[in-house]
Design a protein around this ligand. Structure first.
Ligand code: ADP
Length: 333
């Protein structure tokens, strides 16, 4: 509703500008044309005055000139009014489309923003509601013993940890979006990937997952901290969604325009129907929710995509359910 009103307001504003220009132009055109006609008629009158008329037939040249000028002005005015009406209709149609085009991205981002807020609130509320329910039940229990209290506290602690993970992810998203003025420096992708790997090494060891890494000494311009973050997210996902004792392969290549990093796992894969959405905030594919529940909020890949975009790069994925996924990150050289 607010946006419909905004479309109309902007349309009216565009029309107003066009009509001010068009009417101003028409008035000037009318004045110039009227002067030109008057001048032409004056010349014509002078020529006619020099013709040999017989005395009784000398016409009233000034009156004729005045009448002709009056008629021409009336025709000119009518034509200009039609012209302006046409401009009004055309500018109305064009302005409406332009207003829609101008406001559409703003409307989309507002819708996305409010969806994000709703999703974030929902995710924040779930652990809070769980904690509240547990505490209420415990408080009602007259025979509450130490053992049960400890269990309750442990369970609450788990929920608090979830809340912490979520708030850290939300903060990261906000920080990347705001952070446009960050100072870029020339950094070695090899160092970035090594640092990211060190951060997930323990998780990989826990699942006995082998990382096969073929690194090259490529350099890009970027922000060190967020690039490490990007690869931690991708490595962490590869580990999370892979079975024990599987292999994750990381390769680097360089073509004419890009440095390409590929992260290939042999995990659960992603269904084709989920692929278009996995970079959306809070989106989690069915497989990550099913049987072996994997922790997460569906924010990692949207953070990864933001970081890549921030570096003018691209992130792509190919996947086959049951066979594994391959994430490709491309940075411009
Ligand atoms: P999270 O992992 O916290 O759920 P992400 O945004 O990192 O959120 O990922 C979104 C979804 O994409 C995941 O829920 C999962 O379904 C899918 N996904 C991401 N990476 C992989 C991967 N390497 N293998 C299989 N599925 C993946």
């Amino acid at each position: 509703m607010t946006f419909k009103f905004a479309y109309l307001k902007l349309t009216a504003f565009y029309i107003l500008i066009v009509m001010i220009i068009s009417i101003g132009f028409s008035i000037s055109l009318f004045k110039i044309s009227s002067n030109e006609i008057n001048r032409g008629l004056g010349q014509q009158t002078n020529i006619l005055r020099n013709l040999p008329f017989n005395d009784r037939m000398v016409p009233n040249f000034d009156q004729i000139r005045k009448d002709q000028l009056g008629q021409s002005n009336v025709h000119l005015k009518i034509n200009l009014i039609y012209f302006n009406l046409l401009i009004l209709v055309l500018s109305g149609i064009i302005s409406y489309f332009l207003a829609k085009k101008t406001l559409k991205p703003i409307e989309d981002s507002m819708i996305a923003q409010s969806r994000f807020t709703a999703d974030a609130s929902h995710e924040l509320r779930t652990p809070l509601a769980a904690m509240r329910a547990e505490i209420e039940v415990a408080l009602r229990d007259k025979n509450l013993n130490l053992n049960f209290s400890k269990k309750l506290l442990n369970s609450n602690l788990e929920e608090i940890e979830k809340l912490e993970v979520l708030s850290v992810a939300l903060l990261k998203l906000a920080r990347i979006e705001e952070n446009t003025k960050q100072k870029f420096e020339i950094i070695s992708l090899e160092d970035i990937i090594t640092e990211a790997f060190e951060k997930v090494e323990k998780l990989a060891d826990k699942k006995e997952i082998e990382f096969q890494v073929k690194l090259k000494d490529f350099k890009i311009k970027g922000d060190c901290q967020s690039l490490v973050e990007l690869f931690v997210i991708l490595f962490d996902n590869a580990i999370k969604y892979s079975p024990k004792k599987s292999k994750i392969i990381i390769t680097m290549e360089k073509d004419k325009n890009h440095i390409v990093v590929k992260i290939k796992d042999h995990g659960v894969g992603i269904k084709a129907s989920d692929l278009p959405y996995i970079f959306n905030r809070f989106y989690r594919a069915d497989m990550s929710r099913s049987k072996e529940q994997v922790d997460g909020y569906g924010l990692g890949l949207s953070i990864a995509e933001q970081i890549t975009k921030f570096h003018k790069g691209r992130i792509e994925v190919t996947s086959r359910p049951g066979k594994g996924s391959e994430f490709t990150v491309k940075f411009p050289v």
